[in-house]
Ligand binder design. Structure first.
Ligand code: FEO
Length: 399
């Protein structure tokens, strides 16, 4: 059974939702499923914009067939070779033996890496700025290397002012009925788009900035990403979010406290710091226990807020492993430009703060606030002046 919908009079949505998967890319929780978008331009030529993940292959093939409505497929544009968009490429080309692949030169070796299939006679190479006419639509190609793979390109439909944006502006979550952004759900979209951005694209802020500069030259009315809803209103707002995220600028003023606590005593101290901050007038404080929550959400919160506190137990001469794990994630994702407080606990010789500092040290623009607070096993009244001083430093850093 197919499920297709028109985006414009000549662009048809042929993507599909996977509502049964629990994780994306083998690691990121997707409690609301995942959308794999694909679009058919139906003009004098028929042109498919990317394929989909193999988990939704059956409905995708049915959708393409229904959208073509008896016509043949002439072209498929490959904007990105990650398997969530290309795993069904070979199957598609077998079903439509006359269809040609339009892509850039960097993609071709990747196609051959993923598929043992003779593509050479079926590929047409395009480069930055090339124009391809489908009849009434004119498509131009915008190279976007490292957003977030080397071969990524975007496609701009000059005629209908649609930007096919590959993974950019994507989000976690299946589409619920409305394939366009539902204004009533924009908070959920932004939360999941931010979690997606920080964890999947986060390292590649500079390439995203370059892409945004190119996009600023285009008159865009619709953004059609490969995941999540199609954006057709308030585009300046969403582009502004991407600008914030990709420039490693905090989106929200507030203190994010990430906690790695073995027996709950470090957590209790972190909660006391939260209370002190709120008493002192901080409006937004978010506390997360790393080992109990989705790491992707924690990375998202670290990117989102302008200040962070790392509260951790000492462990095996270093730091309790959930905190080490978080800092490894942040390092991989290019985390930078934040003010960070440290609260360590040690029942033996405290070692968490030293280890945390060492892991923060290579991160660009990360400033450790003074004082670094050390407690021994449990928070005591005698520790409160130190904790107060850290709270004051955090408040001051937020001004
Ligand atoms: Fe949605 Fe980078 O693949």
């Amino acid at each position: 059974m197919h499920n297709i919908r028109n985006i414009t009079d000549s662009i048809i949505y042929v993507g599909a939702n996977d509502r049964r998967a629990d994780i994306f890319e083998g690691t990121y929780p997707i409690p609301d499923g995942m959308a794999y978008n694909s679009y058919l331009i139906k003009d004098e030529k028929t042109v498919l914009m990317d394929t989909v993940d193999k988990s939704v292959a059956d409905i995708f093939y049915a959708n393409v067939k229904a959208a073509l409505d008896g016509r043949d497929l002439n072209y498929v544009v490959v904007q990105h070779m990650e398997p969530d968009h290309s795993a069904t490429l070979e199957g598609l080309l077998i079903r439509y033996p006359e269809a040609k692949v339009i892509t850039n030169a960097k993609t071709v070796p990747m196609i051959k890496q993923f598929f043992d299939f003779d593509f050479d006679s079926r590929v047409e190479i395009v480069k930055e700025g090339d124009v391809f006419s489908t009849g009434s639509h004119e498509l131009t190609f915008v190279m976007a290397p490292m957003v977030h793979w080397p071969e990524v390109m975007l496609t701009y439909d000059k005629t209908q002012k649609v930007l096919f944006s590959a993974d950019a502006f994507g989000s976690f979550g299946a589409l619920n009925g409305n394939i366009f952004m539902d204004p009533g759900e924009y908070v959920l979209y932004v939360d999941e788009a931010r979690r997606y951005y920080a964890n999947i694209v986060g390292k590649y802020g500079a390439p995203v900035q370059m892409l945004l500069k190119k996009a600023a030259q285009l008159d865009i009315r619709v953004i059609a990403p490969l995941h999540g809803p199609i954006l057709s209103e308030d585009l300046g707002y969403y582009i502004g979010l991407y600008d914030t995220w990709s420039s490693y600028t905090a989106e929200s003023k507030g203190v994010f406290i990430a906690v790695a606590s073995i027996h709950g005593n470090t957590l209790a101290a972190a909660r006391k710091l939260e209370a002190l901050l709120l008493e002192k007038g901080e409006e937004r404080v978010v506390v997360s226990e790393i080992s109990r929550e989705d790491m992707a959400e924690i990375v998202e919160d670290a990117f989102r807020h302008d200040r962070m506190v790392l509260a951790a137990s000492s462990y095996d001469g270093g730091v309790f492993l959930p905190m080490h794990d978080l800092l490894t994630h942040l390092s991989y994702k290019g985390f930078q430009n934040r003010k960070v407080g440290i609260l360590e606990n040690g029942s033996w010789a405290p070692s968490a703060a030293r280890t945390i500092k060492g892991l923060l040290e290579p991160m660009k623009g990360v400033e450790v606030l003074e004082p670094v607070v050390t407690i021994r096993s449990t928070l005591k009244d005698a520790d409160l002046p130190q904790l107060e001083a850290l709270a004051d430093a955090l408040i001051e850093a937020g001004k």
